[in-house]
Write a protein that binds this ligand. Structure first.
Ligand code: CUA
Length: 366
């Protein structure tokens, strides 16, 4: 999860976050014009009101107001001036609206799926990320968005873009970020318990780094021990939205104290490697009693090694981790002795830490 305080420290004005997209200056200009014009008009009206209150106050009980005749100049000015101001706001605002609405033809397109309570991003080459988009600087990017469940809204304050994300419909926003940096996405349509946690990051990087990201799928997971990988995935892939690791209640069952336990549910099962693996890939096959079938299936969204990482992490927080879960075997060693690993029915090829036989392609898809 990002730290909210990390953002907006640099270049933020009192009222608006920094301008970090090509359209932000135009949007802000309209905003400031409306705000300042309103302030000037208000100051004028309030000053006139104060002046008249003093000048025309009732001086005695016998005071009678003089008969007022029309003033054509005055009447014309309070019709003409506001009309001109409104037309300026309309045409200027319309121009900015069109600029934000129509993506340039050479935009790079990324598919976005909103669901309770995270964002999934899919790149043209099949790379899938959650709660993080990586895009090249100086390149228009078009986000084609839809929702898996309820209404969400995709909002990037620093880019001045915001659009509702609807089930069974596609909407889009586009942006071009000229500078490298990390920008915050928030869901701005109330969508349930986890609404306020439904954030994402947009990482704007140089071209070289972007191509590297596309090649590796946003992270080479092979160089770290399984349990550590699982701990990273716990937040990176949003398990933390619903599952606690300290026993506290959540939308989904906590991971604390579950290992080795028999669990009543739609299918009774004992929490072991096979149980966890199946629960990640097909969450409804072991639906625990008292919980709703809310979790999305992660089939195809995690590599085998990432699933194993999550299993190792659950073992670790339950004090059941083995050496194989928490260390990397030296790269040149032959496969780690099987005895070091808790034998489980879920054992899959490539489960050994840092298994050199793991095909490179796996990570590239995730
Ligand atoms: Cu999704 Cu609020």
């Amino acid at each position: 999860m990002y730290e909210r305080d990390e953002f907006w420290e640099e270049g933020a004005s009192l009222l608006l976050p920094p301008q970090s997209s090509t359209i932000a200056p135009e949007v802000d200009a309209v905003y400031w014009f409306i705000t300042l014009a309103s302030l000037v008009l208000m100051a004028f009206v309030v000053a006139a009101m104060g002046y008249f209150m003093v000048k025309y106050r009732r001086r005695s009980h016998a005071d009678r107001p003089a008969i007022v005749h029309e003033n054509k100049l005055l009447e014309a000015s309070w019709v003409v001036i506001p009309t001109i101001l409104t037309l300026i706001v309309f045409f200027w605002g319309f121009r900015a609206y069109v600029a934000t609405s129509i993506a340039p033809a050479d935009s790079y397109e990324i598919n976005v799926k909103g669901q309770k309570w995270f964002w999934t991003f899919e790149y043209p080459n099949g790379t899938i990320t959650q709660n993080e988009i990586v895009v090249p600087a100086g390149q228009p990017v078009r986000l084609l968005m839809t929702s898996q469940d309820v209404l969400h809204s995709f909002y990037v304050p620093e880019f001045r873009i915001k659009h509702d994300v609807l089930p069974n419909r596609y909407t889009y926003v586009w942006f071009e970020a000229p500078r490298e940096g990390v920008y915050q996405v928030v869901c701005t349509e109330y969508c349930g318990t986890g609404h306020s946690d439904m954030g994402a990051k947009i990482r704007v990087v140089g071209r070289g780094e972007f191509y590297e990201f596309l090649r590796t799928g946003g992270g080479d997971d092979s160089g770290i021990p399984l349990a550590e990988l699982g701990e990273q995935l716990y937040t990176r892939r949003n398990c933390n939205t619903c599952h606690s690791v300290d026993g506290s209640a959540g939308t989904g069952p906590t991971w604390q104290g579950n290992w080795g336990q028999a669990r009543p549910g739609s299918t009774e099962g004992t929490v072991n490697e096979a149980y966890v693996r199946e629960s990640i890939l097909n969450p409804n096959s072991y639906l625990v009693s008292g919980f709703q079938p809310q979790m999305p299936a992660y089939q195809g969204l995690l590599s085998d090694r990432q699933v194993d990482g999550l299993i190792s992490y659950i073992k670790l927080i339950n004090g059941a981790a083995t050496v194989a879960d928490t260390t990397l075997a030296p790269a040149d060693s032959t496969a780690a002795p099987d005895g070091q690993q808790t034998p489980g029915p879920a054992a899959t090829p490539g489960q050994g830490p840092g298994d050199p036989s793991e095909p490179m392609g796996l990570d590239a898809q995730n």
